[in-house]
Design a protein around this ligand. Structure first.
Ligand SMILES: Nc1ncnc2c1ncn2[C@@H]1O[C@H](COP(=O)(O)OP(=O)(O)OP(=O)(O)O)[C@@H](O)[C@H]1O
Ligand SMILES: [Mg+2]
Length: 493
C-alpha cells in the first residue's frame, strides 16, 4: 500500500486522464495532480512538495529537460521520472545525467511504471526521514555547542578572576602557598606592595597577578623599568612634562603615573631610581600627588603602586643608597619570593614547562628521567625560574621523548670542591684552598649568568657591566661552558 502525492506532466489529455486512474487502481491512497504544460507544472511544484514527479520528456512551452533542471534546483529531493518515446536515447542519457530518477518508455509498461514510482516515493520518504533526523541531530548539536560555549565563558570568567593569574603557582606547596595567600590578601587592598626576589623569581608575574585579582583589573597595568631609563629622562617619564619644560620638550607628555590612571603602576628595579626622583616619588606615595615637569598644578595619583627589587631594599636603605622614608612607604606590604634553589617545587615547575616547551617547539617530550631530575634538584639556579624554563626549553629541543642528564649539559657539574660549598665535604675530598677556588669560580659564574640574564645574552654589554673586557668574558664563558645564546629571549618571556 503506497501513499503519496505525485504530479504528472504531459501534453496528451488522454494520457493525463488514463494514467492517474491506472495508478490509483494499483496504489491505494495515492493522490495525483496533473499539469499540461511546463508553466503549470512549475506553479504546482512551487506550491507543493510532491513525493515524486512524472513528466514527459517533450512538453510544450518548456521541454522536459528544462523542467527537470528547475525541479533539481528548487526541489532537489523530489525524484523525477521521465516518460520518453522511441528514438530519444540521447535525451534519456542527458536526463539521467541531469539527475532524473528513472525513465519510462512509451508505450508504457504499467507494472514497471508502478514499481518505479513506488520506489521513487519510498526513496523520497526515506530521504525525508533522514533529513528530519539530520535536522534533529543538528539541533541537538547546536544546543550542545551553546551549552559548551556558555560553560567555557563562565570558566574563563571565573579563571580570570581567581585562577589564571595564579596559574604559575598551581600545585604550589610550602613557601609558595604562603605567597599565593599573600597575593590574594593584598590584591584588593589599596596598600603599596614591595615585591623582592632574585632575578627571574617571578616578581613581575606576582605584580600582574595582584593587578588581575584586584578590582582594578579592567584598568591599565603599566610597568616601568626604572633601571632602563636614563637618569635625565626618568622624571619626565614618570611624572610627565608640559610643552617647553626643558630643551627638547616639544610637546606636552603624560607620565606613567597618569597613564596608569586608576590601574596599577609597576615600578620595576626601583633601586635604580636616582635620589632626587625618590623624593618626588615620596610625595606621590604620601600625598598621592605628582607634578609634571614645568607645571604648577599637581596631578592626583589614582594608581596603585607595586615596586620590585632584586636586591634587598632594606639593605640598600641602611647603606644610604636608597631613601629610608621611601622604603617604608613602599614596604606597606612586602612579598619576598624565595630563590628557586630554596623552593620545594622545582620538579613541579619543570614538569609544567615541559608540555609548554613541547607545544612551542613542536616537539612533545613526555617526561624527565630520574637521573635528570637529580641534576635539576642539585643545581643552584642563579637565574631562577627564568633559567629553569630556558634549560627545559633547550632540553626539549635536544631530547626525543625523555629528558636525560645529557640534555642538561648547560648545567655545570659540581666538582667535590663546589659541592663542599653547600654541604660539609667528605673527609679528604678537597682542601680549603680548593674550596676557596671553587667559591671564587662559582661566584664568577653566577655573576656572569645573572648579567647575561640582564643583557639578554648580549656579551659586549655583559662585559661592560662586569667591568671586564670582551675577550676575558669570552674565555670565561668557554671555561664555564656558558652559552650566551641561551639567555637571548629570556627577558622577553
Ligand atoms: N612560579 C612561576 N611559574 C611559572 N613561570 C614563572 C614563575 N616564576 C617566574 N616564571 C617565569 O620566569 C620568567 C621570569 O619571571 P619574571 O619576569 O616575573 O621575573 P622577575 O623576578 O621579574 O625577574 P627580573 O628581576 O629579572 O626582572 C618569566 O618568563 C615568568 O613567566
Ligand atoms: Mg622583572
Amino acid at each position: 500500500m503506497s501513499e503519496g502525492h505525485v504530479l504528472i506532466v504531459d501534453d496528451d489529455p488522454a494520457l493525463l486522464q488514463a494514467l492517474p486512474e491506472a495508478l490509483q487502481m494499483r496504489m491505494t491512497g495515492l493522490t495525483v495532480d496533473t499539469a499540461q504544460s511546463g508553466a503549470v507544472a512549475l506553479d504546482r511544484i512551487t506550491a507543493r512538495d510532491y513525493d515524486a514527479i512524472v513528466t514527459d520528456i517533450k512538453i510544450p512551452g518548456m521541454d522536459g529537460l528544462e523542467l527537470l533542471a528547475e525541479i533539481r534546483t528548487h526541489r532537489p529531493d523530489t525524484p523525477t521520472l521521465m516518460i520518453t518515446g522511441y528514438g530519444e536515447h540521447d535525451l534519456v542519457v542527458q536526463a539521467l545525467r541531469a539527475g532524473a530518477y528513472d525513465f519510462i518508455r512509451k508505450p508504457i509498461d504499467r507494472d514497471y511504471f508502478v514499481g518505479s514510482l513506488r520506489r521513487a516515493i519510498e526513496k523520497r520518504g526515506l530521504s525525508r526521514r533522514v533529513k528530519g533526523q539530520q535536522l534533529a541531530v543538528e539541533r541537538h548539536l547546536n544546543e550542545l555547542e551553546a551549552i559548551v560555549e556558555e560553560r567555557t565563558r563562565e570558566l574563563r570568567e571565573t579563571n580570570q578572576v581567581t585562577e589564571s593569574p595564579l596559574r604559575f603557582l598551581i600545585g604550589a606547596n610550602g613557601q609558595m602557598e604562603k605567597i599565593v595567600e599573600q597575593i590574594k590578601q593584598v590584591a584588593d587592598s589599596p596598600l603599596t606592595v614591595l615585591v623582592e626576589g632574585e632575578t627571574g623569581t617571578g616578581k613581575e608575574l606576582v605584580a600582574r597577578a595582584i593587578h588581575q585579582l584586584s578590582a582594578r583589573r579592567e584598568k591599565p597595568f603599566v610597568a616601568v623599568d626604572c633601571g632602563a631609563i636614563p637618569d635625565t629622562l626618568i622624571e619626565s617619564e614618570l611624572f610627565g612634562h608640559e610643552k617647553g619644560a626643558f630643551t627638547g620638550a616639544h610637546q606636552r607628555k603624560e607620565g606613567q603615573f597618569q597613564l596608569a590612571g586608576g590601574g596599577t603602576l609597576f615600578l620595576d628595579e626601583i633601586v635604580n631610581l636616582p635620589l632626587p626622583t625618590q623624593a618626588k616619588l615620596l610625595r606621590a606615595l604620601q600625598e598621592r600627588q605628582v607634578q609634571p615637569l614645568g607645571s604648577k598644578r599637581p596631578v592626583q595619583v589614582l594608581a596603585r603602586i607595586i615596586a620590585a627589587s632584586n636586591v634587598p631594599l632594606e639593605r640598600e636603605a641602611r647603606a644610604g643608597r636608597f631613601r629610608q622614608d621611601v622604603y617604608y612607604r613602599l614596604n606597606e606590604f612586602a612579598i619576598t619570593l624565595p630563590p628557586l634553589r630554596e623552593r620545594d617545587n622545582i620538579l613541579h615547575l619543570a614538569s609544567e614547562f615541559l608540555p609548554e616547551a613541547g607545544m612551542e617547539l613542536g616537539r612533545p617530550c613526555r617526561k624527565i628521567s630520574e637521573a635528570a631530575a637529580q641534576v635539576l634538584l642539585r643545581y643552584h639556579w642563579p637565574g631562577n625560574v627564568r633559567e629553569l624554563r630556558n634549560v627545559i626549553r633547550r632540553a626539549v629541543l635536544l631530547a626525543a621523548d625523555v629528558i636525560e642528564p645529557a640534555h642538561l649539559s648547560v648545567i655545570p657539574v659540581d666538582s667535590p670542591a663546589t659541592a663542599a660549598l653547600r654541604e660539609a665535604p667528605a673527609p679528604g675530598d678537597c682542601s680549603l684552598k680548593e674550596i676557596a677556588d671553587a667559591a671564587a669560580a662559582q661566584a664568577e659564574q653566577d655573576a656572569i649568568r645573572r648579567v647575561l640574564q640582564l643583557t639578554s645574552g648580549n656579551k659586549s654589554e655583559a662585559a661592560r657591566l662586569l667591568r671586564t673586557d670582551y675577550k676575558t668574558l669570552y674565555l670565561k664563558l668557554k671555561q664555564y661552558r656558558i652559552d650566551a645564546a641561551l639567555f637571548r629571549e629570556s627577558r622577553a618571556s
